[in-house]
Design a protein around this ligand. Structure first.
Ligand SMILES: NC(=O)c1ccc[n+]([C@@H]2O[C@H](COP(=O)([O-])OP(=O)(O)OC[C@H]3O[C@@H](n4cnc5c(N)ncnc54)[C@H](OP(=O)(O)O)[C@@H]3O)[C@@H](O)[C@H]2O)c1
Length: 377
């Protein structure tokens, strides 16, 4: 049932069943009509629901449409050597309703956006997919059939995340691989290990980040916020660029932030100053470092899009929303305080798991209740 729901097919209402004496047929161009044999009349609307329908897609492999002497259309199944007046595509009819474009807002969750999409032919990497927005994204992709790779620095946390997704749907194709963006060596090793799998790569989500961390140099001698949020991702995309191009249409999504607006990369004379990106300890302010790294995310994504979109690889930077409750605030008590203040008014990644669990429990209750009802009936 869960799989049907994620595919947008959980509405199994039998209201479509025809009353006695009625038959469903279709025209040459796929419109469904209804014939009443008792009253010898036909109509386009379903006699019970009043809805119009048409057949979706082509005839199944091996089938052909033909017309008999009376002008009546029939269908030949060449493989099984049989004929029928019933259009085999009627198993997949769609209603003739004006489909309004879906509207999304600040409360829309990834699962809502993906509802009805089949991603089973997609391979997706998400950096920092073990928690927060990355985890929700990974979970939503995996529940829609994609092969999802969580690229994470901590094995225990990433295995836990994989298990949480598998608990929800045991057939999910989800795995964890080690990637520490604070180490260019680790980024290289990750890229090599991924390439060794000989998989395509359709979506690369550059999501991992740290915010308001104390000053620290990485093993590569760079300030860590800058390296984790931007440079590590920049390097990763360079290393996987050929795989992305070979897998086109493919896309890169870079998680940036609205806070990029509160900074720039110029010195007091207005000239671009790249030394601001990895400042020494005495010139370091953690929030500013985060904002600058997020500005780099956007500049990088725009330039990447300019260079790769002619080859079928697009890139977009996205601001996921303000102060969404994740663990991004954990390095500084003031941020934790502010995130907790804002929590009742913003989207929370923790809630969505709790809500999913509550829904799951409720559906179990309902199923148990129905089963109980059936047993006592
Ligand atoms: N939450 C918001 O309100 C908000 C607003 C604007 C933008 N964003 C952006 O959204 C993205 C996701 O953030 P979030 O809120 O979901 O935060 P989060 O819950 O803290 O997730 C960050 C993820 O990055 C991983 N990570 C940190 N350092 C890493 C490293 N060296 N190598 C590999 N992975 C590393 C973390 O792994 P560990 O669990 O091992 O630490 C974690 O999985 C970030 O790019 C952030 O800037 C968030």
């Amino acid at each position: 049932m869960a799989a049907l729901k994620y595919a947008g097919m959980d509405d199994t209402d039998s209201e479509d069943e025809l009353p006695p004496g009625w038959e469903e047929r279709s025209t040459k161009d796929g419109w469904v009509y209804y014939a009443n044999h008792e009253e010898m009349k036909t109509q386009w609307e379903h006699p019970k629901t009043g809805k119009k329908k048409r057949c979706a897609g082509d005839l199944p492999y091996g089938w052909e449409q033909e017309t008999d002497d009376k002008g009546q259309i029939f269908y030949v199944d060449h493989i099984n050597k049989r004929k029928t007046y019933f259009d085999p595509r009627q198993a997949f009819t769609i209603e003739d309703v004006q489909v309004k474009p879906k509207r999304y807002d600040g409360n829309t969750a990834a699962l809502d956006v993906l509802q009805g999409h089949d991603l089973s032919d997609k391979v997706i990497i998400i950096t920092g997919g073990n928690s927060g927005i990355g985890f929700e994204t990974a979970r939503s992709f995996a529940l829609h059939g994609a092969h999802v790779i969580l690229a994470c620095r901590n094995k225990a946390r990433s295995s836990k995340a994989v298990n949480r997704i598998l608990e929800e749907w045991h057939k999910a194709r989800v795995e964890a691989m080690t990637l520490d963006l604070a180490s260019l060596r680790s980024v290289r090793e990750f890229a090599e290990a991924f390439k060794a799998k000989k998989l395509p790569l359709h979506i690369l989500v550059c999501n991992a980040a740290v915010c308001t961390q104390p000053w620290r140099l990485t093993e590569d001698g760079l300030e860590s916020t800058f390296q984790i949020c931007h440079l590590g991702h920049f390097y990763l995309v360079q290393l996987l660029q050929n795989v992305l191009r070979r897998s086109a249409p493919a896309r890169v999504v870079v998680l940036s932030s609205e806070s990029h607006r509160f900074t720039d990369l110029v010195d007091s004379c207005g000239k671009v100053d790249l030394s601001l990106l990895s400042p020494p300890q005495k010139e370091y302010w953690s929030m500013l470092a985060y904002n600058r790294a997020k500005l780099c995310n956007i500049l990088f994504s725009n330039e990447l899009h300019r260079r790769l979109s002619p080859h079928g690889v697009t890139s977009n930077a996205v601001h996921p929303g303000n102060m969404m409750y994740t663990s991004i605030h954990r390095s500084w008590w003031l941020m934790t305080f502010l995130f907790n203040l804002a929590r009742p008014f913003t989207k929370s990644m923790l809630d969505s798991i709790l809500v999913a669990r509550a829904r799951w429990l409720l559906s179990r209750e309902t199923v148990n209740g129905r089963a109980q009802g059936l047993r006592t009936a």
